[in-house]
Design a binder for this molecule. Sequence first.
Ligand SMILES: *Cc1c(COP(=O)(O)O)cnc(C)c1O
Length: 379
Amino acid sequence: MEVPFFRHKLSSANAGSVANVLDTPFLTSGSVGRAVEQQLCEFFDVSAALLTNSWTNGAVATLLALGIKPGDEVIVPAMTFIATANVVELLGGKVIFVDVDPDTLVITPELIEAAITNKTRVVIPVHLYGQMCDMKAIQAVVAKHANIAIIEDCAHCFEGQRENYRPGAYSDAAIFSFYATKNITCGEGGAIITRNQELAKKLAKTRLHGMSAGAVDRFKKGAYRHWDMDCLGVKANLPDLLAALLPDQITTIEATLADRTRLANNYRTAFADLPIRVQGLAEDVVSAEHIFPIHVKPDVRDEAINLLNSNGVQVAVNYRSVPTLTYYQERYNHQDSDFPVSSDWGHGTLSLPFYPDMPDNEQQYVIETVKRVVVPICE
Ligand SMILES: *Cc1c(COP(=O)(O)O)cnc(C)c1O
């Protein structure tokens, strides 16, 4: 049997909403995206939402809006996708990596507090694999210091919750990704949500070159209007052509989450008594169940990948610890022992096939294959 790592849920059946945009005069950001932004405001109970063409560009726009300058320190967990750190590097900031909790694999208030200095300007907690960090406690710790903003990396966590709150409740901004493999996708895309109206006004500019008015507003009622630029921005707006794919996925997200949760729990039950580790979930967390990684002894990880691949099971690695990658190694010269949890997880993890429509027989095959070829090399 061949089991793919991932299959998305979109098909030509979703083409109608894109075809409708083709019949309007503006292909770029217009009324379709605005309606999605309204939908996001209601879903997350926030006052502003701005669609972007990626998480990455949304984060650059947010750091620009917050006025990040070269030399400013930004706290980032070592266990994340590279983009979380890259956006800081792009703006000349200094990435301050911190380790993660050995059980939940997310950053904690204590680890953040220990890394804060008088140069810290931003903290970026990452809701890894769909599990939200303890945002309430993180905000309380950060609030003891003046002038430090919190940006949530919600690329894995659209539909997750913690103590019944969602992303955006205890931060200055929360940023989503609608990249091809994310829980909600339009191929490439993202969104920023915020409760801060001042920040939202700046974001409207930093998301679009720094321009004071978007294309649709510049041509309102057929009359041309001048625009100005009073701050530096990036090109991060999402075109309506892509935004058109989002509304139905947002409406059906709870049903999709039920499928993800059932599949994730099948894996958890199957591996419970085996020499295989999985991410621990904190109490009161509803994970968005974005990816299903497991962890084996680092010295057998690559052999496990090869054995799974040769038995038809596609896998991926999410992720190797960011400070161990060549660019970051050369730039910051950290040792594995600086972030022992993140390094060990990064050397031993592999992600199993996982997506909401995964057929039961495929999942059973993956579980049997893990037991047959991976478990023996772990003992
Ligand atoms: C996917 C991902 C990103 C980047 O998202 P893009 O939309 O591809 O820019 C950032 N952070 C994490 C944790 C991710 O998984």
